[in-house]
Design a protein around this ligand. Structure first.
Ligand SMILES: [Zn+2]
Length: 169
């Protein structure tokens, strides 16, 4: 099932999330739906708040479905180490059409639980590090615009307000 994606301005994107405690068939179904929703939107990551659920859960596939081994399910993720710097264009399915150079660590290590509750620790570099940080941010109520200068962030917010007024958001 493909969920509608929640856009910036909705409260659920900026509230916190609740820990995943049950690793069962319902979670498997939700994760399958999240992958389906992410691929349909041509995204490389999707966090539960983006489909309106305040749960500490995200999915990532930086190969956009090309490599089945690249599919990552991260429940209750935390970034536990960061190293270096990168500043690349970043976007978000909840802020369609907006992209901006966003500072991130070059490498990031994430600790999370997998679909069965097993503990996972992964270190990503480049795009994967960016995805780890971007999706974990979502689960903490943050979006990539929080990492931009105030000027850039306000400019995007202003455009969103305009579009919202015009019924285009
Ligand atoms: Zn996002």
């Amino acid at each position: 099932m493909i969920y509608p994606i929640v856009k910036y301005g909705q409260k659920v994107l900026e509230d916190g999330t609740e820990l995943i405690k049950e690793f069962n068939a319902d979670l498997e179904k939700l994760v399958a739906d999240m992958f389906e929703t992410m691929y349909a939107a041509n995204g490389v990551g999707l966090a539960a708040p983006q489909i309106g659920l305040a749960k500490r859960l995200c999915v990532i596939d930086i190969t956009s479905g090309q490599d089945p081994n690249a599919k990552l399910v991260l429940a209750n993720p935390e970034i536990i180490a960061m190293e270096g710097k990168q500043t690349e264009e970043e976007g978000c399915l909840s802020l369609p059409e907006f992209r901006a150079k966003t500072p991130r660590p070059l490498r990031a290590t994430i600790r999370a639980q997998g679909l069965k509750g097993e503990e996972i620790t992964l270190t990503g570099e480049g795009l994967l590090a960016r995805a780890f940080c971007h999706e974990t941010d979502h689960l903490n109520g943050k979006l990539f615009i929080h990492h931009l200068t105030r000027l850039k962030r306000e400019s995007i917010k202003r455009k969103v307000r305009k579009m919202t007024k015009a019924g285009e958001w």
